[in-house]
Ligand binder design. Sequence first.
Ligand code: PEP
Ligand code: MN
Length: 343
Amino acid sequence: MIIPKTPKLSPEQIKELRDIVGEFQCSIQEIVGAGQNVYAIVGDERHELMINRIEGLSYVDRVDTIQSPHKLLDIRSELRNHRVRFGGVELGKELLLIGGHCTISPKEPNLFYETAQALKEAGIHGLRGGVWKPRTNPYSYQGDEKALEILMEASVRTGLPVNTEVMNEEQLDIALDAGVHMLQIGTRNALNYSLLQQVGKRIAQRDTVVLLKRGRHMGPVNEFISAAEYIVNFGNPNVVLCPRGTLPGLEGYRNHPDESVTPLLRERTWAPVVVDPSHSVGKAMYVESCSMAAVAYGADGLCIESHLDPVSGLGDDPKQAITPDAFKALAEKCRAIWKLRNP
Ligand code: PEP
Ligand code: MN
């Protein structure tokens, strides 16, 4: 819908609009209002170049489009009945719980195996474990590929599927070859469109799931959904949206907790939402409240950093990992909230 700056457009201006949209196989329908005429674009409005050319006209105030920029992930798309499955859970049918270390220490495999076993006993459905780590400080521990073997061994020992973050194509191939079940695209790469496309291409022939974190500087909700559309576009619709807090942070928390974005995502997309409260708040003591809020807002699952002995962990674990016991207690409360929402 084209909203002009003036109450109505001149015949010359309407002709100019018709010429532009005609190039994109669209036409213009004038809608006469009491004090203001508006001009509907009839046809496929998703041509970005067409919209940009119209928005560049001096007499146009703005263009409001009705069609979704993310046709596959749109709530009205034919994929709306697609259900993502992970760890024996069909998302939407039961609260999905993923837990594990921020970072797996290759020097202490038993620590991860023991955490994994404790999480399994606590009823968690899938394991997370950082192999390659995106670190703000170049001198911080950057991860180690040797940890991948430990992650996969923990999967064999517990029977639980695993999630790990990849940051480039080489890691993507290595993780897929190793049999990682869920790829994590972290907050720093959420807008790395060439990586998102490579992920989409590589998983197209597999049943791998992708957990796409919300970019820490992301603004409009559509920006997040469109990033996921880059992945789904190649044929595998197993994508999960993961709010994890944005910047600038709320004083006292690591980030600005954004679990409240979930109802907005729900309205626009069928993709499930799994919230990461750990990176949102950044301190173990706030993780339970953030988890309960996330489920109250409609999250389908939670991905939480958890460690049997957080103080001896690497990366974020000493400050934000919760113990498997704390995870179990949190899970009970969150399941109760989930049931209130899904009677
Ligand atoms: C993580 O999951 O450990 C991580 C680094 O995530 P994020 O991309 O949300 O910072
Ligand atoms: Mn972390």
